[in-house]
Design a protein. Structure first.
Length: 218
C-alpha cells in the first residue's frame, strides 16, 4: 500500500493531554484526577447526546456543562471564579511529550487537525503548544454543527485536503473516533495510550501504536 498523502489528527487526548487540567483542579478537590475523569467522560457523553437530539452547542459550552455536572456529582464547593479557572485550563492544555517528535518525522506531509473543539478552543491550544506552524488545516466540527462520529465531521477533512478518504491517515487516541473515521473510509491509526481493547464497533484500526512518535507512514 502506498503511503498516505496527508495525515489528520484528533486533538483532545491525542495531541493535547486533557488531564493536564488536574493541576487547576487541586484548588477545589483533593482528588483532581477523579474530577478530570468524570469531566472528560461527561463532556464526550454530552457531544453524543446533543448530536442525537439535534441540539448543537459548541464544545466550549458542552465542556462547561460537563464541568458543572461533575462538580455537582462529586459534591464539590466551587465558585464561579473556580469554574472559570478550570475552563481556562482547557485553552492551554499541555501537548503530550511525544507529539513534537512525531510531527517532526512527518515533515513534508500535509498535516491537519480534525476536532470536536470550537475554533476558539483549538486556536488557543495550538498557539499555547507552539505547534501551529506544523498544521496546514485546523478543522472544527463547528462548521457542520454536529460531533464525531458523524460522517459529516469526517467529510470536513477530505473537503479541506482535496483528497479521497483512502489517501488520508486519521490518527486518534479515542477508539470510538478511530472507528468512526474508519467507517467513513479513512486509513486509521489508533494511538492506544492506555492499553485499552479495540472497540467492538466493526471498524478496527489499520494500525495501532502506543505513542505518536511510533507512527510510520510506510
Amino acid at each position: 500500500m502506498t503511503a498516505p498523502r496527508a495525515v489528520l489528527f484528533d486533538a483532545y487526548g491525542t495531541l493535547f493531554d486533557v488531564h493536564s487540567v488536574i493541576e487547576a483542579g487541586r484548588a477545589i478537590t483533593a482528588d483532581p484526577l477523579a474530577l478530570s475523569l468524570l469531566w472528560r467522560g461527561k463532556q464526550l457523553e454530552y457531544t453524543w447526546l446533543r448530536s442525537l437530539m439535534g441540539r448543537y452547542e459548541d464544545f466550549w459550552q458542552v465542556t462547561e456543562a460537563a464541568l458543572r455536572f461533575a462538580v455537582r456529582r462529586l459534591g464539590l464547593a466551587a465558585t464561579e471564579a473556580d469554574l472559570g479557572r478550570l475552563m481556562d485550563a482547557y485553552l492551554s492544555l499541555a501537548p503530550f511529550p511525544d507529539v513534537a517528535g512525531a510531527l517532526d518525522r512527518l515533515a513534508g506531509t500535509p498535516l491537519g487537525i480534525l476536532s470536536n473543539g470550537s475554533p476558539r478552543m483549538l486556536a488557543a491550544a495550538v498557539a499555547s503548544s507552539g505547534l501551529g506552524s506544523r498544521f496546514q488545516h485546523v478543522l472544527s466540527v463547528d462548521a457542520v454543527r454536529t460531533y464525531k462520529p458523524s460522517p459529516a465531521v469526517y467529510a470536513l477533512g477530505t473537503q479541506a485536503l482535496g483528497l479521497p478518504a483512502a489517501d488520508v491517515l486519521f490518527v486518534s487516541s479515542n477508539g470510538w473516533d478511530v472507528a468512526g473515521a474508519r467507517a467513513f473510509g479513512y486509513r486509521t491509526c489508533w494511538c492506544n495510550r492506555s492499553g485499552a481493547p479495540v472497540e467492538e464497533l466493526g471498524a478496527a484500526p489499520d494500525s495501532v501504536v502506543d505513542r505518536l512518535d511510533e507512527l510510520a507512514l510506510r
